[in-house]
Write a protein that binds this ligand. Structure first.
Ligand code: NAD
Length: 343
């Protein structure tokens, strides 16, 4: 099958990773790299290459050999660049966050729908073998009813100038949550608290609590000021509990057949003790392929285009993440009160 002609737009920090991965995939033929700085585009391509560099998006969009564009420009520019690509009839992979606001994201999703084009959001973590395994378990019902999702993403992080810690880090956890939750567990309310102890002008430490349909809860802790790095997510179900530690290469995922159960109703303290039972079964650490998440994401992009179906992390998933992010300041302004979200 003829490879898909593809261009990368935006060759700053992340764009070169797209360039490298497109080159390693037989599904694609990387033809253009575009950046406002042509030098940066050239640097991403490297010497002795037939890939073309330009500082004008029009060059890319006018090329009939281009089927798809990957956009890695800053979030504030996504709406304009992605709409131009869709208008030119190109399928689009756009870096997270999908856009800078829900209103912009809605335009992108409806434009792609109208034109029958693939709009995929690069929620890269969703394509790690570990998160893929967690999704497989939740969607097969192996965890039972979802009770809680608890995610910690903290380290001595780069304090961003233009966005707070929620916008910087929480999209990762929110996109993973969106990816792994089975139907019927969507977030319904958001409560957020953030603090700025160093005077950065916006929150550097943040806590998000989401109430899920079906009675579950999700909690996300993001923090730029922690001396230690933690990237751990626990997903508790009535039958099994999964622990994903992204920093533990020898055992990233553990599936625990452990839990606590209350049998019958506890109408007195003594009776309650008799009714609580602990299940202490095995822990299984599944063998996971060592594969680069971005490589798998681009394979999914190609498959969605070829099969004419939405990508696993389609525009709609990017929009749901943005709806939660936009609810954060509404809750923060009410000192952390729960505010509804309609996903
Ligand atoms: N998936 C991930 O894990 C991941 C990681 C890092 C960044 N990102 C995302 O990638 C995107 C880019 O982030 P970055 O850190 O690489 O930013 P960056 O500022 O390092 O690079 C952006 C590049 O885009 C270029 N650019 C800006 N507007 C343009 C336009 N209209 N046309 C062509 N080029 C344009 C700039 O010249 C710059 O070279 C952001 O959305 C960011 O959130 C994703």
């Amino acid at each position: 099958m003829k490879p898909l002609g593809v261009a990368v737009v935006g060759a700053g920090y992340w764009g070169p990773n797209l360039v490298r991965n497109f080159r390693n995939l037989p599904e694609f033929d990387l033809t253009w790299v575009c950046d406002l700085s042509r030098e940066r585009a050239l640097a991403a391509i490297g010497p002795r290459s037939t890939v073309r560099a330009t500082d004008a998006l029009e060059d890319v969009l006018a090329d009939p050999g281009i089927d798809a564009v990957a956009v890695a420009t800053p979030a504030a520019t996504h709406a304009e660049v992605v709409l131009a690509c869709l208008d030119a009839g190109k399928h689009v992979l756009v870096e997270k966050p999908l856009a800078a606001s829900v209103a912009e994201a809605e335009k992108l999703v409806s434009s792609a729908d109208e034109k029958g084009l693939v709009l995929m959001c690069d929620h890269t973590y969703c394509y790690t073998p570990a998160v893929g395994k967690v999704r497989e378990l939740t969607h097969a019902g192996a965890l039972g009813a979802i009770q809680y999702f608890d995610s910690v993403r903290i380290n001595l992080g780069l304090v961003q100038r233009d966005i707070d810690v929620f916008w910087d880090l929480a999209p990762h956890d929110l996109s993973i949550l969106d990816f792994v939750l089975p139907d019927g567990c969507a977030p319904e309310t958001v409560a957020a608290q953030g603090v700025d102890p160093i005077g950065a002008g916006h929150a550097c430490v943040g806590y998000l609590t989401l109430r899920l349909a079906g009675g579950g809860i999700a909690h996300i802790h993001v923090n730029w000021l922690s001396p230690t790095k933690v990237r751990t997510t626990i997903l508790g179900g009535s039958r099994r509990i999964v622990v994903w530690d992204d920093l533990n290469p020898t055992q990233r995922v553990g599936i625990y057949d452990k839990g606590v159960q209350l049998n019958g109703s506890a109408d007195s303290e003594a009776r309650r003790e008799a009714l609580v039972s602990y299940r202490t079964g095995d822990m299984v650490a599944p063998a996971l392929a060592e594969a680069e998440a971005l490589h798998r994401a681009l394979q999914e992009f190609a498959a969605a285009i070829r099969e004419g179906r939405p990508a696993l992390t389609d525009g709609a998933s990017g929009l749901r993440v943005l709806k939660i992010l936009e609810a954060v300041p509404r809750s923060v302004d009410k000192d952390g009160a729960s505010v509804p979200v309609q996903l």
